[in-house]
Each structure stands twice: as C-alpha cells, then as structure tokens.
Ligand binder design. Sequence first.
Ligand SMILES: Nc1ncnc2c1ncn2[C@@H]1O[C@H](COP(=O)(O)OP(=O)(O)OP(=O)(O)O)[C@@H](O)[C@H]1O
Length: 285
Amino acid sequence: MPQTSSTAAAPPAIELRGVSRRFADPGGRSVGVHPTSLIVPQGEIHGIIGFSGAGKSTLLRIVNLLERPDAGEVVVHGETLTRLSAAGLRQARHRIGMIFQHFNLLHNLTVADNVALPMRIAGESPARIAERVRVCLDFVGLAEKADVYPGRLSGGQKQRVAIARALAPEPHVLLADEPTSALDPRTTLDLLGVLADANRKFGVTILLVSHEMEVIRRLCHRVSVMEGGRIVEQLDIAGGRIPEGSRLAGWLQDFGAVGPAASPSPSTPPQDGAPSHFALEAAHA
Ligand SMILES: Nc1ncnc2c1ncn2[C@@H]1O[C@H](COP(=O)(O)OP(=O)(O)OP(=O)(O)O)[C@@H](O)[C@H]1O
C-alpha cells in the first residue's frame, strides 16, 4: 500500500466545492451529480465506488472540466479551474492526466508517438518530449515497444501505454475511469502495481473510479461512496479494511457486489494468492 505524502501546508490536490452536473433522464428526473464536495490531499490515492448510474464518472470528469459543473467550484493544486479562461484551462489540463477503461490510444500512431502526443500538442520541445517518452515507457516496462503500433499490444500493454502518456507531462493528478475493467485479474494486479508505483515514485495524486471493490481495496488510501449523484460516505481504507457498520460494508453483505463482476479470462488463471475475480466480494476485512 503506497504512503500518502501530503503535508499540512500543501493545498489539496483536488477540491470540489458544491459541484453539480444535472441531466434529465428519459422519465424527466434529475440525474448526474447533485451538489457534492470532495477534498483529496496531495499524494493520496482516492477511490470512488457506487452502483451504476451513481454519478461516479461524471464526478471524475468534473475534475478536469470534461464535464463543466452547473454550479460549484473545482480547485486543483490551488488553481480554481472553473474561473480560468479557455487558454488557462488548456494549460491547467496539462497537469491533470487521465486514463480510461478502453485505453483511448490512437491506432495510427506508434507507442512512442501516442505517449508524445499530449506534449506535442502543448508545444513542448522535441528534446524534452523525447526524454519524457523514454522515462515513461521505461517506467511502465515498455521501452522496447516504442516503435510498435497499439494494434500489436495486449490490453494490459495498451493500458500501460495510456499510463505512460498520462504521466509524460508530469501531472499533479491522475484521473482513472475504470482503468482495469477491461482486463483479466492477473493483468489487473499488474496494472494496480504500476499505478501504486506511479504514486510512490512521482508523488502523483490518483482519483480512481471503479466498481471493482478489490481494486479499490488494494490500491486506495480512502474511498468515497456515491449514491444518487452524491457522496454519501467517506472511508479510510488504507490497509484494505472496510469499517464494520459502514454503508459499504452493508452493501457487501446485502449484495456481495457494487457492480457487475469482471469476467476472468480462462486463459489467465489468477496467481497464487490473487483473488479469482475483482467484483466487490462479500468478505469483510
Ligand atoms: N451526457 C449525458 N447526458 C445525459 N445523461 C447523462 C450524461 N452523462 C451521464 N448521464 C446520466 O447521469 C447519471 C450518472 O452517470 P455516470 O456515468 O456518472 O454514472 P456512473 O456511476 O459512472 O455509472 P456507471 O458505473 O454505469 O458508469 C446516469 O443516470 C447517466 O445516465
């Protein structure tokens, strides 16, 4: 379990102040995110869990204003993103990396060019881009794949490339939207190791959405539980313990899961000691 490296004087990595983003569902009811606040200290790995439609992805996307909130403020490393001009926001987003369930790589670019792309768009110098691509591909263990196209990579390797791409501009914050949901259990474990190392080595704060309780439990220091567009509970789970009497523990007991179970690949049996699947299990720590 990685250690939190926040200091008392440092501003939070992420501060959401009363943010909301409402949509009308087909029945005309208001869904999305209702006024919600969240503080994530620098260096923390913070999970967001909840049932489908609870508003997890919307909340995550509010952090880099992929979803602009209807109300409230978004502050990242002391900078109020919701007050920035379009140019200021483009600049601020270079310090917020993001990875997705389906990797979102460009298939007509090599691995190295995928990793370089955000820095090229930001106008960084070729020398710095080359250095960061080298460092980040080395970090994710794919230096030898630099000239390969993504179509020749496994899902786990694609997600490693996406992590390298997100880390290349040296972000303060990494947003991860169901980053392991398309991966088998063994690859999921590998990826969690990469994310924990990124947190330890680079000090990057991670905000991660997952319906897989095992992912949250293995990786996160704290978890926010969402229901009906709001954070209804926050728990310290460093060490993997789900506090007894918490709403999350109740869900585990009642449903045995918070989301659909990932399908383990029959060709990749779990390693010794690894859980056989990553759906939220009815096991209290
Ligand atoms: N662009 C949109 N337009 C209309 N409704 C939306 C939009 N984005 C999200 N919603 C609705 O807002 C609610 C929350 O969606 P969100 O994707 O944030 O939930 P979630 O907890 O991430 O769910 P899941 O685990 O299924 O991905 C859902 O009812 C969804 O249908």
